[in-house]
Design a protein around this ligand. Structure first.
Ligand SMILES: Nc1ncnc2c1ncn2[C@@H]1O[C@H](COP(=O)(O)OS(=O)(=O)O)[C@@H](OP(=O)(O)O)[C@H]1O
Length: 640
């Protein structure tokens, strides 16, 4: 049931992401239209730098392709556009048609226009199939609705072309003819699985109509990448229903491959080997057992590599302002809209424009810092090495030296965190400086980054992302499944959970709210920040302190059968002793009972594992400070 819950939560997360992607797609589309107006004639040409594909398996749409292309000299643009929109139409059929065929030699022709358009099954519902020649034989070109005939995929072909140096003549074999070995069986398998399921009805997400999957779709959710460049999102996300973004940017260095769509292409070929069921199951098993934080970490690593691999050779001064304007509705980057903007503007070399560029860079640094650096995230999991080191150190030193050592440990942990985040920030800034190496910014690149970033979070880029004090606390009880409850809750996109127990109200109260806030994950205004420290339940000082901070605080108390809870507590103590090489504690019975003066045995309520289980006693202190309707009491047995 926990897996099912996870799947449905992830589905929801994916739907939110899909809606965001649509919004960004619209922005990008609008941007594309304006780009041709912005760029004055005679300016630097745009080589074709990238193709972006957005696949949204959550809404079962086949693929929404958002692509940028150049027209070829002599190309009739009206035909080009008509050919462009549905996937598949790629063969020169008459002189003057736009030619994306395998024999295309015109890749070094001058780029005339930057053209960008979006394909969506809902917008172009009629199947478009046509005949074309490939490898000397006639084949069907398919937009995914050709009734299962052997077809080629436009997306894959296009991608192949992008990988080739501009001056290199392309031959069918180079472009991946039928004789070529398929590269990623898993991709095809997942694709076939997807295609085997029934088409789904159109539906509306966030005011946008999202079409159901076409019956014979060959468009695939992103799947296991054969190379690190293949996909930013691991297949687990796709299979779990979250949205997927594949962004391929033609790398500047020769020999670096962008493999994203090759697999889609090979999936369209007839005669491919049948998938092996075991492999599919293996893949799906992996999917099920992954957790959201793990996904984020995988995603972020790939994203980091990708972002730093970007270098921008396409640049137009005029675009910078347009970009800032375009992003504005998504995230305020205008001068004056950000804290400290006035001083940045005054100091920025290059005046207002330089300032704006600086602001964009700063903003991106900030966003990337949050998204990419695990120690700054707080995914509900402990992810900071500094913290982990310290906890281990803290535990042993605490035993040997007492509380003083704890303070110094915390200090060294904080120093360690500072140092690490400083290094990361420098690295990121250096990476971003490369973006501006030619002192300009390409609109489409920036929007692509936004696209990636919003996909990573699943949340629109609007709104202030910052650390907030918790609005809800899991106050206990220890060993009642509080970690599980926190982790489940954190799966919800509207919940951000602090990873390690903060112990603010019991141990670290003197450090102040600033310290506490710094322990919280960054969140958006609509998100709820949740912290759990089970020790809060039993410390008599805590309820008053919590009320002082926030009388509206929501409190969650998870209670477990006090006997099994005590045993769990005791088991942990035994385990800890063994891990630290200390002698085991006395037997449970010996600790749990004391002999009364009259010689009879009685329960030792002073022993912590027993004392913690006296829930009514602890709860009455909380009820002195908070109304009953702010306290949610859950049964651990029923929950887990
Ligand atoms: N999902 C799920 N299903 C069943 N049981 C679960 C689950 N998650 C945690 N647990 C059990 O909860 C116990 C740990 O509780 P806590 O997370 O509150 O521990 S702690 O206070 O944070 O140390 C611990 O109990 P014991 O195994 O009896 O020690 C865990 O096994």
């Amino acid at each position: 049931s926990h897996r099912q819950a996870w799947a449905s939560q992830t589905q929801e997360f994916g739907r939110a992401t899909a809606a965001v992607q649509w919004r960004i797609a619209e922005l990008l589309l609008a941007k594309a239209k304006s780009l041709s107006r912005i760029r004055p004639a005679g300016r630097r040409q745009y080589p074709l730098p990238m193709a972006t594909q957005i696949a949204t398996p959550t809404d079962a749409a086949c693929i929404r392709t958002l692509s940028m292309a150049r027209t070829v000299a002599g190309c009739d643009q009206s035909k080009m556009k008509a050919d462009w929109l549905p996937v598949g139409q790629a063969v020169r059929q008459a002189p003057g048609d736009c030619d994306w065929s395998p024999g295309l030699r015109a890749t070094d022709a001058v780029t005339r226009t930057l053209m960008l358009d979006m394909w969506a099954p809902g917008l172009y519902s009629k199947p478009r199939c046509s005949r074309g020649v490939r490898d000397g034989r006639e084949v069907d070109w398919d937009d995914g609705n050709c009734g299962g005939r052997s077809c080629w995929h436009w997306g894959g072909r296009m991608q192949r072309q992008l990988e080739l140096p501009q001056t290199q003549a392309t031959s069918p074999a180079e472009l991946g003819g039928p004789g070529r070995q398929p590269q990623a069986p898993l991709v095809r398998q997942l694709g076939r699985e997807a295609a085997a399921t029934q088409p789904q009805a159109d539906h509306v997400v966030d005011g946008l109509r999202l079409p159901g999957r076409p019956r014979h779709s060959r468009c695939l959710p992103a799947a296991a990448p054969p190379t690190p460049q293949a996909s930013l999102y691991a297949p687990s996300v796709a299979a779990a229903g979250a949205a997927v973004v594949n962004v391929d940017v033609r790398p500047p260095a020769a020999g670096v491959q962008t493999a994203c769509c090759n697999d889609i292409e090979s999936a369209g070929q007839g005669g491919e080997p049948q998938p092996e069921a075991a492999q599919v199951h293996d893949a799906l098993r992996q999917v099920e057992f992954r957790t959201k934080p793990q996904l984020h970490r995988t995603f972020n690593r790939n994203l980091l590599d990708r972002v730093f691999a970007l270098t921008f050779d396409l640049i137009s001064t005029d675009i910078v302002d347009a970009v800032a304007d375009e992003i504005h509705p998504v995230q305020p980057v205008r001068a004056g809209a950000l804290p400290g903007a006035a001083s940045v503007e005054a100091a920025a070399p290059g005046g207002r424009r330089g300032c704006r560029r600086q602001l964009v860079a700063d903003w991106l640094t900030d966003v990337l810092m949050v998204l990419l650096h695990p120690s700054r995230r707080g995914d509900g999991h402990r992810s900071d090495d500094c913290d982990e080191d310290c906890d281990a150190e803290e535990a042993s030193e605490h035993q040997q030296l007492g509380a003083v050592a704890m303070g110094s440990c915390r200090q060294s942990m904080l120093a360690c965190q500072e140092k690490r985040s400083g290094v990361v920030k420098e690295e990121m800034q250096a990476g971003l400086r490369n973006f501006f190496v030619a002192e300009e910014l390409c609109a489409v690149h920036l929007l692509t980054i936004l696209l990636i970033v919003t996909s990573a979070t699943g949340i629109a880029a609007s709104g202030g992302l910052r650390r907030r004090l918790p609005q809800a606390l899991i106050i206990g009880a220890k060993k009642s499944g509080t970690r599980a409850l926190l982790a489940f809750s954190a799966l919800h996109p509207a919940v951000r959970a602090a990873g390690p127990e903060a112990h603010f109200f019991d141990r670290h109260f003197r450090r102040g709210l600033r310290w506490y806030r710094r322990r919280m994950p960054r969140s958006r205004p609509a998100q709820l920040t949740l912290e759990k420290t089970p020790a809060y339940l039993v410390d008599p000082k805590v309820p008053v302190r919590v009320r002082q901070m926030n009388p509206e605080m929501k409190l969650v108390l998870l209670v477990r059968d006090p006997v099994t809870r005590a045993m769990s507590d005791y088991a942990q103590a035994v385990d800890n002793a063994a891990r630290r090489g200390r002698p085991p504690p006395p037997p449970f019975e010996q600790l749990a009972f004391v002999r009364r003066p009259d010689g009879n045995l009685t329960v030792n309520t002073a022993w912590s594992p027993v004392r913690i289980g006296r829930y009514a006693e602890h709860l009455s202190r909380w009820l002195d400070q908070f109304p009953r309707n702010q306290i949610l009491v859950l049964s651990a047995e029923r929950l887990v």
